[in-house]
Design a protein. Structure first.
Length: 303
């Protein structure tokens, strides 16, 4: 065993070498050095959250509750409410929104449902869900994604939410670990951590792993939110949608060849539906362009 003493930034330490292992033991600590280290600690800098969707806003709210400094930086000029889409929060997710202090607001704008059932293409039940219960483990809160996003946004201070910040690049100081994020608007922010919550075409991911790209899975979704008063007031439509009218409180999927359709009740009078169908990537891209055009030219009452 050999011993020696060395001074590092004013702190005296004894180094013991024993069977190839090095053990550091502090002999004395200088208070002023501790203060300087704490002052320059990169963990005191904010977490830089790139992307203001559900994931980014949930992390921002978590930081707010935990009193961790942060910024959530959204590329677009506004945070989007994601119209035309519903979301379900199962038991674990409901516990999270409770811990984040927005559970009561979420429940006001949601509908509680049991697990979904499954039908064949003729509408015959393959597996029918059980009767709804009050359990938060076996039930799900269904709501508009926009209502969840709004609840998260409203829970954050205005000076923590930054829009029109499109990430251009970032650099990391190898010595201090401080991250500097540079945005296309010319602004720079320093942080202790950079989080990519900017979606499937993530800029953060591309900067970190330029060779990684999304892979088309072979099918595409159509989705929408429907006001059921339009069904109830139209006998012709109602006759065609007898599946909905029979048990409107039950969520289900119907499976056919290369296609499935799903129905999810939201807080009345809204329901959410989606259709998943197999198609080539080329056709999917063409359909996406067509749907985006239709959405931009649709009447205001259609989401």
């Amino acid at each position: 065993v050999s011993t020696q003493s060395t001074g590092t930034k004013g702190v005296l330490r004894k180094i013991k070498t024993c069977k190839g292992k090095i053990v550091l033991r502090s002999i004395s600590t200088i208070h002023t050095v501790q203060q300087d280290t704490e002052k320059n600690d990169p963990t005191k800098l904010p977490v830089l959250i790139i992307g203001g969707g559900i994931a980014g806003l949930t992390l921002a709210r978590s930081c707010e509750v935990a009193k961790i400094p942060y910024y959530v930086l959204e590329r677009d000029d506004t945070f989007h409410s994601d119209k035309g889409s519903g979301i379900g929060l199962w038991g674990p997710a409901e516990r999270i929104v409770n811990a984040l202090g927005i559970g009561d607001r979420i429940r006001v704008s949601s509908q509680r449902m049991s697990c979904a059932g499954y039908r064949n293409k003729e509408g015959v039940w393959l597996a029918k869900p059980p009767t709804i219960s009050s359990s938060t483990i076996t039930t799900c809160l269904t709501l508009l994604r926009g209502d969840l996003i709004s609840a998260l946004l409203d829970s954050l201070p205005e000076d923590r939410k930054l829009t029109a910040h499109s990430l251009q690049r970032f650099r990391v100081d190898e010595k201090s670990g401080v991250i500097t994020a540079v945005f296309q608007n010319g602004k720079e922010y320093q942080g202790s951590l950079l989080v990519g919550a900017d979606g499937i075409n993530s800029v953060v991911r591309t900067l970190c792993y330029p060779d990684v790209r999304p892979v088309y899975c072979g099918y595409s979704y159509y989705r929408a939110v429907l006001d059921t008063t339009a069904i109830d007031n139209n006998a012709v439509i109602a006759d065609e949608l007898y599946w909905y009218l029979s048990q409107p409180e039950i969520a289900w999927e119907s499976w056919g060849q290369d296609c499935r359709i799903a129905y999810v009740p939201l807080k009345p009078p809204n329901v959410f539906w989606f259709v998943s169908t197999t198609m080539s990537e080329q056709k999917s891209n063409a359909e996406f362009s067509r749907v985006m055009w239709l959405q931009s030219n649709a009447p205001k009452n259609i989401t």
